[in-house]
Design a binder for this molecule. Structure first.
Ligand code: GDP
Length: 300
């Protein structure tokens, strides 16, 4: 898995590590070099605050001393790990007689359905009974996709007619999950950001209706973020945070993007738990989020 993580994040680490290598060729650390470094960190989407902290650390400890790119990368990895360590938290499913209700939100195309499928596989392998609710009722393709994941993973899928009321479907799915003795109900949702008021009304209704069955539901509200969208992901955390009360994050598509640094900016800005990262389209391409591994993988 280290190899997979490392190769998945290779474009981010090439951008970061390559940039650092180009400016630090065994020379004294001066102000100009620190400014160049700060630019590279900002361009790699790490966020202004993180970039400023890393350069401040180097200025304090190493100013006017000889420093190699390897040493700079080590400082970078250590500082990034400090930001990420508090948010690296696995999804925990405490033992319960009632299904754990996990709502998955995010804009269309951010990897909701795929992440749900990967999660269903993981949980199934751990011996949990999983029910999936095809709550993105307006997109026929999303419903079909979820059914395919159900067939692949052995999870039962509750789906309605095209255009069915999402809240009604979530309610039915929770009833069905209880009847089947499921440990987990994962609810897919619509991700239309074009009409924010409509989306908000729909998500609120889903939550309200789930609470009629179980006042403690939903237990987790996971936001999927597409790493390739870079800074845009920050807006999405803000919007879905307000609309849906996000409790944790999964960042997808970290493979094949140079913008993996955005996860650091998001951790620094919001402090929300990061449960998993997506590093490919396959069923096994969902890695538990580890701060140290991630930091070392992007620092190159
Ligand atoms: P949804 O609209 O939010 O449900 O998004 P989907 O789950 O349908 O994903 C959109 C596209 O992104 C699909 O082609 C997925 O295969 C792809 N995808 C999802 N997660 C990842 C990932 O971690 N890495 C890569 N490379 N592709 C992903």
């Amino acid at each position: 898995w280290w190899h997979k993580l490392k190769s998945g994040l290779s474009r981010t680490s090439t951008a970061l590590g390559g940039g650092i290598g180009a400016i630090f060729t065994k020379r004294r650390l001066d102000e100009a070099t620190l400014e160049d470094l700060e630019d590279i960190l900002i361009q790699a989407d790490l966020g202004l605050a993180t970039a400023a902290r890393i350069t401040a650390t180097l200025r304090r400890d190493r100013f006017d001393k000889e420093i190699s790119d390897t040493e700079v990368r080590a400082v970078l990895a250590a500082e990034v790990e400090k930001v990420l360590a508090p948010v690296a938290r696995p999804l925990v499913l405490p033992p319960s007689d009632l299904p754990r209700v996990v709502l998955v939100v995010g804009v269309n195309g951010s990897g909701k359905t795929t992440t749900i499928g990967k999660l269903a596989m993981k949980l199934g392998r751990e011996g949990r009974k999983v029910t999936l609710a095809a709550g993105d009722t307006f997109r026929a393709a999303a419903v079909e996709q979820l059914k395919i994941w159900g067939a692949r993973t052995g999870a039962r899928v509750i789906a309605g007619e095209p255009g069915a009321d999402a809240a009604g479907l979530a309610y039915d799915a929770l009833v069905a999950a209880r009847a089947a003795g499921s440990d987990v109900l994962i609810v897919d949702t619509a991700g239309r950001l074009q009409n924010r008021a409509e989306l908000m009304a729909e998500l609120e209704k889903v939550v309200r209706v789930l609470k009629k069955q179980d006042p403690t539901a939903p237990h987790d509200v996971i936001l999927t973020l597409d790493a390739t969208t870079g800074q845009n992901a920050i807006n999405q955390v803000e919007i879905f945070g307000k609309v849906a009360g996000v409790t944790g994050l999964v960042m997808t598509k970290l493979d094949g993007t140079a913008r993996g640094g955005i996860l650091v900016a998001i951790a620094d800005t919001f402090g929300l738990p990061v449960h998993y990262i997506g590093v490919g389209e396959g069923v096994d391409d969902l890695e538990p989020f580890d701060a140290g591994d991630f930091a070392r993988a992007i620092a190159g």
